[in-house]
Design a protein around this ligand. Structure first.
Ligand code: SAM
Ligand code: SF4
Ligand code: SF4
Length: 395
């Protein structure tokens, strides 16, 4: 594995002495400055590919920048405190604007839409958006796959309504089974039992197969890997262990806290033998493993130790309509300016054809491959820009 040496922290004190990011006191980047998207009337390209030949297949839509958790690796309290200014409601894309953008993405090849946040279930009447997205059809007449990533805190209450509105599946984030460890990591003293109830309800109402995302931080919750495996094994719920990533600018990330996925697999394999499974499709983020006894599969996401940029087909739309072409991007492209009329600025919304053409043009110019370049960037050979925050763009 490439190890970015100057991002290593031998111990926290030293890291805090030398690394401003590790002090966790830097205000987040204002990622709201977006480049202007050109209005073009040219014919839209269907099924666009980027400069590296990667098709546009997945769309993640972040519906809010707010969250009721303060996970230490995502929205640390020191940065996202009481005084933090979240976006005003008028700045968010409306459900109608989101649906219109989603339709254009589907016309260009997107087949899977994931709702995320912040905490997506905090967006009022989200089931209305789900119902609107559920009416969309691909050019060959199929509905796109509709999923959501949630912290599960109010899922038990919402699962049935979401299912009725047309949501296909949920992924629930849960970092530990041990209540004390979980409460420390979400940093708002939220009990694990309520998230487990959300997972069980989601499974019961048919939002499955339910996936559980566990961000693994060495020394914080890596002792929870086996209990998590044993809790979900044989339940039909797919556990996915995610390498702790250097997303955003706030979490004080350092390489020593990353537990490489290979080590996760080795640890599980020692107790419950595993064998690798084929990917369901190219561009799948998780490497899949199955228990030798056939009970169920698990996944590992190795964004740090084994980048998967070569097959990355994901576009990300922020709650205020900025399009990001990479999870680690510094700049978004302003789609809201295309979607919303602005009489003051003498601006009308563009036509569907113009919107598709603009999106196709942006995707066709895409060269992003941050994870592959991470080692170079960390060693200082590449200019380091402030990245978009994970809670803003949704993971
Ligand atoms: N609030 C929802 C949740 O937690 O599921 C959705 C948004 S959250 C930003 C999306 C995913 O990103 C979650 O599974 C979360 O665990 C993951 N995540 C956040 N920060 C991360 C980091 N630094 N490294 C790896 N995964 C991270
Ligand atoms: Fe909130 Fe999800 Fe970030 Fe945790 S990971 S702080 S639940 S947005
Ligand atoms: Fe995709 Fe960017 Fe992640 Fe690479 S670093 S896999 S390009 S989102």
């Amino acid at each position: 594995m490439d190890t970015p040496t100057d991002a290593m922290c031998e111990n926290t004190d030293r890291a805090e002495a030398i690394h401003p990011v590790a002090r966790r006191t830097i205000p987040i980047a204002d990622c709201r400055h977006a480049s202007v998207v050109p209005k073009q009337a040219s014919k839209p390209a269907r099924l666009v590919v980027d400069r590296m030949g990667r098709p546009l297949q997945d769309l993640r839509i972040s519906v809010t920048d707010r969250c009721n958790f303060r996970c230490t690796y995502c929205m640390p309290k020191e940065v996202f405190g009481k005084e933090h200014a979240f976006l005003a409601h008028r700045d968010l894309l409306s459900f109608k604007e989101i649906t219109r953008a989603a339709r254009a993405f589907i016309d260009l090849g997107v087949r899977k839409i994931r709702l995320t946040g912040g905490e997506p279930l905090l967006r009022k009447s989200l089931e209305r958006l789900v119902a609107m997205l559920h009416t969309l059809r691909t050019p060959d007449g199929h509905p796109p796959e509709l999923t959501m990533t949630t912290n599960g805190s109010i899922l038990a209450r919402k699962a049935q309504t979401l299912k009725d509105a047309g949501l296909d599946r949920v992924t629930v984030s849960l970092d530990a089974l041990d209540d004390a460890v979980f409460r420390r990591m979400n940093d708002v003293d939220f009990p694990v039992a309520e998230v487990l109830r959300g997972i069980e309800t989601a499974q019961a109402v048919g939002l499955g197969p339910v996936k559980v995302n566990m961000v693994v931080k060495r020394g914080t919750n890596d002792a929870q890997i086996l209990p998590m495996v044993e809790r979900f094994r044989g339940t039909g719920i797919v556990l996915r262990c995610i390498e702790y990533m250097d997303a955003g600018n706030s979490n004080g990330w350092c390489m020593n806290e990353v537990l490489p996925s290979q080590e996760v697999v080795d640890r599980i394999h020692r107790h419950h033998p595993l064998h690798p499974l084929e990917a369901h499709r190219p561009g799948e983020t998780a490497q899949r493993w199955a228990f030798d006894d056939g009970s169920v599969e698990i996944g590992v996401l190795s964004s740090v130790s084994r980048a998967f940029c070569g097959t990355c087909s994901r576009a990300r739309l922020s709650m205020e309509g900025k399009l990001y072409l990479c999870l680690f991007a510094s700049h978004g492209h302003d789609l809201r300016a295309l979607l919303r009329d602005s009489p003051q600025a003498g601006r009308d919304p563009v036509s569907d054809a113009q919107l598709r053409a603009a999106l196709a043009q942006l995707w066709s110019r895409r060269v992003d491959r941050y994870s592959e370049l991470r080692a170079v960037q960390a060693s200082g050979a590449w200019p380091s820009e402030r990245k978009v925050e994970m809670s803003y763009i949704g993971g």
